[in-house]
Design a protein around this ligand. Structure first.
Ligand SMILES: CC(C)(COP(=O)(O)OP(=O)(O)OC[C@H]1O[C@@H](n2cnc3c(N)ncnc32)[C@H](O)[C@@H]1OP(=O)(O)O)[C@@H](O)C(=O)NCCC(=O)NCCS
Length: 164
């Protein structure tokens, strides 16, 4: 595999990020999306992250986006200290330590941003992701039973969190 670099997202990455998000979403097994949002919404999402300093990193292989990790604050003022983390890699780039590099950078950026807590939800059967999150210090905080339904099959979501 060629060297993969991790950089803060820039507006020029919108197309690649959208494509990567769409591929991972269409696997239907990992994300809360089943396809990427429209490209305009994706551009607005990236611009919002850049303008507000919310951490969003992308992994680039040969200048193409192959993964991302973002951490955005919850909406209400009483939760402004809480960041919600999302991440994903294209299938060919999994299981090689890239997820670990991405999340470590994202947590460092979250701390610099001033988040006190970072949380996420993950499908209970997503063993790779759960193992990665535990490895960097997330703790299991709860289980939302039958919280997802994909293709008529219910599944549980785990709630995990870390205090920075
Ligand atoms: C979840 C994901 C980001 C993890 O990234 P990754 O690069 O594959 O993981 P890494 O190679 O950095 O591995 C980090 C740790 O995760 C665990 N892990 C990784 N691959 C694993 C596998 N195949 N089986 C079990 N554990 C695994 C291990 O604990 C590993 O630590 P180790 O290096 O000591 O073995 C990536 O697999 C992915 O994008 N999956 C699809 C999208 C997704 O699930 N996103 C998260 C939604 S909540």
């Amino acid at each position: 595999m060629s060297t993969v670099e991790i950089v803060p997202i820039r507006e020029e990455h919108a197309g690649g990020f959208h494509r990567t998000l769409d591929i991972v979403a269409r696997e239907r097994r990992h994300l809360s999306f089943l396809e990427a949002p429209p490209i305009d919404a994706t551009r607005a999402f990236i611009r919002d992250n850049i303008e507000n300093g919310f951490p969003q990193l992308v992994a680039l292989a040969d200048d193409e986006v192959v993964g991302w990790c973002d951490v955005r604050p919850k909406a209400r003022p009483i939760h402004a200290h809480v960041g919600v983390l999302g991440m994903g890699l294209l299938p060919a780039f999994r299981g090689q330590g890239l997820g670990l590099r991405l999340i470590e950078r994202a947590l460092a950026a979250s701390k610099r941003f001033g988040f006190h807590r970072v949380e996420l939800t993950v499908r209970a059967e997503n063993a790779n992701a759960v193992a990665l999150y535990r490895k960097v210090g997330f703790e299991l905080e709860g289980r939302l039973r039958d919280d997802v339904c994909v293709d008529g099959v219910y599944g549980d979501l785990l709630v995990m969190g870390i205090l920075l």
